[in-house]
Design a protein around this ligand. Structure first.
Ligand SMILES: [Zn+2]
Ligand SMILES: [Zn+2]
Length: 345
C-alpha cells in the first residue's frame, strides 16, 4: 500500500509498504477513506518533534472503515465507519479513568499514531486500543464532517469546556487558524454574550467574517483597545490563546479582566514569561489545554444535530497519490488554504 513516510528532517516520501497487521487483541485495522494534514505533521517534517521515529507513516487526523479487529475489541466491528483519535490511550489507568486521556500512562499512550507508530496518510492504519481510539460515525454524518473530530476539533472542544464560559461573558480568542476556528465553534455552544477573534492574517479575518458574521474581529495591534471598548469590566472575561506566536501569551493576559480565566491551547515554540509582579492583584486563573480527545462521541453527536460544522475549513482536496502537492500548498499557505482533505485514490 502507499504510505507517506518520514524519512528524515525535511524529507517525507510516498512509499510502498506492506499492509499493517493486527499485533494485539485490542488492535483494529482501518481502511482510510479521508485524512488531513496537521501543523504537527509539519513539526515532524521540520525536525522539531524529537520523539518522531524516522520510517513511520505520518498522519493523525483521519476517518475510515474498520477492516478487521482483534479478539479483545468490542466497541467496533468490520464495516463500521469510524473517527480515529489522535491519541492512543488504554482506558484503564488513573488518568484515562478521570477523562485525562492525554496523560495516559500506558507505554503506548499519548500521541503515537503518525509520530511513534505508523499513522494515517496511507491506505490502511493499525490502531492500538481500538475500543478507545475509534469512535463510530453516525449515519447522517459524512466523512468530511467528521474529519477533524479526533484532533483539532477535540482540542477546541476541550479548550471551550475547561474555560468555564458563561452567557454573560466576553470571550477573546487569539488566533483563527484551523484550531482557533474549532475552538470558536465549540465556544459558541456555550453562548457567551460576545466573541472577539484576534487574527493578523487578512485572509483568515475574512474567513471569520464571512462564516461567523456575529463574531467581532480585530488585529493583534488593535486588540487591547478593541477588547476594552467591547467589554464591560476592563477586559475579556475569558481569553483563549490558540495562536502561540511570540507575543500572544502576553497579549492574552493583558486583554483579560481581573479574575478572568486565560486558557492556553497553543503550543509555543519558546518558553513564555509569566511576569507575576506586572499582573499582581489581577488574580488571573491560567489553564493549559492541549488536545484531550476524550469527547469524540459527544462531538459527533453535536455534528449529527447540526450544532458544529467544520466543513468550511476544508479548502482543498487531494488524492493520496498527490499528497506531495498538498503538503506544498499547506506548508507554504498558498491559495488561501486552511485545511486539506486527503482522499484515497
Ligand atoms: Zn494534529
Ligand atoms: Zn490510560
Amino acid at each position: 500500500m502507499l504510505a507517506y513516510t518520514y524519512i528524515g528532517r525535511g524529507d517525507f516520501r510516498l512509499q510502498e509498504k506492506p499492509l499493517p497487521q493486527l499485533q494485539d487483541a485490542r488492535d483494529a485495522i482501518v481502511r482510510m477513506t479521508l485524512g488531513s494534514i496537521c501543523t504537527s505533521d509539519l513539526h515532524i517534517k521540520h525536525g522539531s518533534v524529537p520523539r518522531a521515529v524516522p520510517g513511520i507513516t505520518v498522519g493523525h487526523e483521519m476517518v475510515g472503515v474498520v477492516e478487521s479487529v482483534g479478539s479483545g475489541v468490542t466497541n467496533v466491528q468490520h464495516g463500521d465507519r469510524v473517527v480515529v483519535n489522535v491519541e492512543t490511550f488504554c482506558g484503564e489507568c488513573f488518568f484515562c479513568r478521570h477523562g485525562f486521556v492525554n496523560n495516559c500512562t500506558d507505554s503506548h499512550g499519548g500521541w503515537a499514531l503518525g509520530c511513534r507508530i505508523d499513522g494515517g496518510q496511507a491506505e490502511y492504519v493499525r490502531v492500538p486500543y481500538a475500543d478507545c481510539g475509534l469512535t463510530r460515525i453516525p449515519d447522517n454524518v459524512s466523512d468530511e464532517q467528521a474529519l477533524f473530530v479526533g484532533d483539532i476539533l477535540a482540542t477546541g472542544y476541550w479548550a471551550a469546556r475547561i474555560s468555564e464560559i458563561t452567557c454573560d461573558d466576553t470571550l477573546l480568542i487569539i488566533g483563527a487558524g484551523p484550531t482557533g476556528v474549532c475552538a470558536l465553534l465549540c465556544a459558541m455552544l456555550h453562548a457567551p454574550r460576545r466573541i472577539i477573534v484576534c487574527e493578523k492574517s487578512p485572509e483568515r479575518m475574512r474567513f471569520v467574517r464571512e462564516y461567523y458574521p456575529e463574531v467581532l474581529v480585530t488585529t493583534p495591534d488593535e486588540c487591547i483597545d478593541f477588547v476594552h471598548a467591547h467589554s464591560e469590566h476592563g477586559g475579556a472575561d475569558v481569553v483563549m490563546d490558540v495562536a502561540g506566536a511570540d507575543d500572544t501569551f502576553r497579549l492574552a493576559w493583558q486583554c483579560a479582566r481581573p479574575n478572568a480565566i486565560v486558557t492556553i491551547v497553543a503550543l509555543y515554540d519558546k518558553p513564555q514569561c509569566l511576569p507575576l509582579p506586572d499582573m499582581y492583584g489581577k488574580n488571573l486563573t491560567f489553564k493549559t489545554g492541549g488536545v484531550d480527545g476524550c469527547d469524540c462521541e459527544a462531538i459527533l453527536r453535536l455534528i449529527a444535530e447540526g450544532k458544529i460544522d467544520t466543513t468550511p475549513l476544508i479548502t482543498h482536496r487531494f488524492p493520496l497519490s498527490r499528497i506531495d502537492e498538498a503538503y506544498s500548498i499547506f506548508e507554504n499557505r498558498l491559495d488561501g488554504v486552511i485545511k486539506i482533505a486527503i482522499t484515497n485514490d
